[in-house]
Design a protein around this ligand. Structure first.
Ligand SMILES: Nc1ncnc2c1ncn2[C@@H]1O[C@H](COP(=O)(O)OP(=O)(O)OP(=O)(O)O)[C@@H](O)[C@H]1O
Ligand SMILES: [Mg+2]
Length: 445
């Protein structure tokens, strides 16, 4: 077999054992001569140039007969593998891919436009996959091994990476890479059918009138994307503090302070939690606090902040419905080290949360707001949710698409008054309920 054939094109990268072995053997030789860790102080471009130079010497020394093209292809592949993510590299460069899922060495899936497909690619072995994973996690100073078999991290380039390895995973090392999400404007989200103009009009009023808003949804339903777009409605003179586990929000305002939590280092030290950051942010004179995702005891601090003058805060929570989001906030708040009776938490939520925005990802990959609800209960009353917008889905069409329409319901009096006092218009599509039975309410415990 000619070397030209053995050095495959990027699409075939690693798809045949023999190429993989050629690249692997040069990679091993390269790593014998160079210490990657020592090079970590160099900038990426310098590091690459240095490796290319050393590898060029090795190839000349070993003397395989290669054309200029073959030689540069071989160098590129070996250096990609030594430095980068090997067969994953072209996938990361492909802007249409939003998620890369590696289920062991033989199964690589990607998500494109909301649809998941398997690619005809494979790693040479579980070992090679493990090496790639180690390379990824070591760039963020983390380690993955049997005693630390789960890692969640963000790459310097913004991608979010999750790794879980045997013995926890029964199908070999598992790697999930979430591309740094592109931010979408509300106008773009309208064009995708995720919400409509009337809903944007209402949400803009609610954000500007400083309602506290919780965006809820399951994994990957577009919570962060919507939070980002909604944050864009905050007036630019306000001081915004964003708090996230992995900084994904891309606020356009000038007065923004971005805080990011920190996992413990290899020795298990130095952790700074979302909760620490929420507490600290209260001493930073915020006009608004935006919490990327509430998933622990910070729920309590955030609720306290929301009900004590830090109005207009925004956060997301992982939940399948608006009532679920309330229970989840309550449960998370009860996980905090401060013991607060459940009843008191209930009161706290009633006074802190104003609006719930529920997102759903449909079978066809579309993400939509499926409900906007106002929390219209006080004190110890059971949660009373007034739906003001809802997506009514129709049965799936033969081509697998889900269509439907948005429906609107009158706003509670209290909400309308607050909008009015903040000089925000009442969107006509909704109107205001004159009597309680005009509201689309339901109770939840
Ligand atoms: N309305 C939308 N229409 C189409 N694609 C969207 C929409 N919202 C988000 N996406 C895409 O879906 C993916 C997940 O979005 P996002 O990160 O906002 O979800 P999430 O709910 O915050 O996820 P997680 O639970 O993992 O935090 C991203 O690739 C994003 O670009
Ligand atoms: Mg998110």
């Amino acid at each position: 077999m000619s070397l030209r054939a053995r050095i495959s094109t990027p699409e075939e990268h690693g798809s045949r054992g023999e190429d993989g072995h050629l690249v692997a053997s040069y990679r091993a030789k390269l790593l014998e001569e160079i210490d990657l860790a020592e090079m970590s102080s160099l900038a990426a471009a310098e590091r690459r140039a240095r490796l290319e130079r050393v590898l060029g010497h090795i190839i000349s020394r070993e003397g395989p007969v290669l054309s200029t093209v073959e030689r540069s292809q071989l160098i590129r592949r070996v250096v990609d593998e030594a430095l980068g993510l090997g067969i994953l590299e072209p996938l990361l460069e492909d802007a249409s891919i939003t998620e890369i899922m590696v289920n062991g060495p033989d199964a690589i899936f990607v998500e494109r436009g909301g649809r998941v497909e398997q690619l005809p690619l494979r790693f040479v072995s579980a070992d090679q996959l493990m090496q790639t994973i180690e390379r990824i996690v070591s760039t963020v100073n983390r380690r993955v091994d049997e005693s630390n078999p789960m890692v969640d991290a963000r790459l310097p380039s913004g991608e979010r990476v999750n790794v879980i390895i045997p013995p926890l995973s029964l199908s070999g090392p598992i790697l999930t890479i979430r591309r740094f999400p592109r931010s979408f404007t509300l106008q773009e989200l309208i064009s995708f059918g995720s919400l409509d103009e009337h809903m944007v009009y209402l949400l803009a009023g609610l954000v500007q009138a400083k309602f506290n808003i919780i965006v809820s949804g399951a994994t990957g339903t577009g919570k962060t994307t919507l939070l980002n777009a909604l944050s864009g409605l905050i007036p630019s003179h306000e001081r915004i503090i964003t708090i996230e586990d992995s900084a994904e929000l891309q606020l356009q305002q000038t007065h923004v302070v971005r805080l990011e939590s920190r996992p413990p280092n290899v020795e298990g030290k130095g952790q700074v939690t979302i909760r620490d950051l929420v507490r600290n942010s209260l001493r930073m004179r915020p006009d608004r606090i935006v919490v990327g995702e509430v998933r622990g005891g910070e729920s309590l601090d955030m609720l306290q902040a929301m009900s004590t003058g830090h109005d207009g805060s925004l956060a997301t929570v992982h939940a399948n419905s608006a009532e679920d989001a309330l229970t989840r906030l309550q449960t998370l708040a009860s996980m905090s080290d401060v013991e607060v009776p459940f009843v008191a938490l209930h009161d706290q939520i009633n006074s802190a949360v104003d609006v719930l925005v529920q997102l759903t990802r449909f079978a066809d990959g579309a993400r939509r707001i499926t409900e906007i609800a106002l929390l219209d209960s006080h004190g110890g009353e059971p949660y009373r949710l007034a739906t003001v917008a809802r997506f009514d889905a129709q049965p799936m069409t033969p081509d697998g698409r889900v269509h439907g329409t948005f429906a609107y319901f009158p706003l509670p009096r209290r909400t309308a008054d607050r909008l009015y006092m903040a000089s925000q218009p009442i969107p006509q599509a909704f109107g205001v309920a004159r009597t309680a039975d005009q509201l689309a309410t339901r109770e939840a415990r």
